[in-house]
Design a protein around this ligand. Structure first.
Ligand code: 4NP
Length: 159
């Protein structure tokens, strides 16, 4: 079992998309039972709120239902309970590094580091942009998901 927490700033745009796209990817492969998946934001603004309506609409286009998502903030316990905390951009990763306890189970990584091309790139924040930013976030998450699954299969969790 591999536990992955996808992390962005608000937990209403990119990380819910990353979680849902990865969930769809592993469901297609028939390996959903190998994973525990969730997403969270480093910021507190949207706690308890739904995903951005533009993200819900863009996800519906690719057969993903984001309606049940409710935003939450990263918790100290997440660093012990998850195997991987995966940031959508370098800012998310920097914030996570600042919150990381000395005793930390989780490995911190960047989503696009699992993509065969564009390694190390940010998934651009679509919040202040237009609908195209949400389509791009979905596309980038789709491209990174296969690599992330392969990585988890090869590494396991060490549990
Ligand atoms: P996300 O996008 O980090 O991809 O969920 C954002 C959502 C909300 C805000 C910033 C980014 N905000 O400032 O409220």
């Amino acid at each position: 079992m591999t536990r992955i927490l996808f992390v962005c700033l608000g937990n209403i745009c990119r990380s819910p998309i990353a979680e849902a796209v990865f969930r769809q990817h592993v469901a297609t492969l028939g390996v959903s039972d190998q994973y525990v998946l969730d997403s969270a934001g480093t910021g507190a603004w949207h706690i308890g709120g739904p995903a951005d309506s533009r993200g819900i609409a863009a996800c519906a286009e690719v057969g993903i239902d984001l309606n049940s998502h409710r935003a939450r903030q990263v918790q100290p316990s997440d660093f012990m309970e998850y195997d991987y905390l995966i940031g959508m951009d370098q800012n998310n990763l920097q914030t996570l590094r600042g919150l990381e306890p000395t005793q930390c189970r989780a490995k911190l990584a960047l989503m696009m580091d699992f993509c065969d091309v564009d390694t190390g790139q940010d998934i651009p924040d679509p919040y202040y942009g237009d609908d195209a930013g949400f389509d791009l976030a979905i596309e980038l998450c789709q491209r990174a998901s296969a690599g992330l699954h392969h990585y988890c299969q090869s590494r396991g969790t060490g549990r």
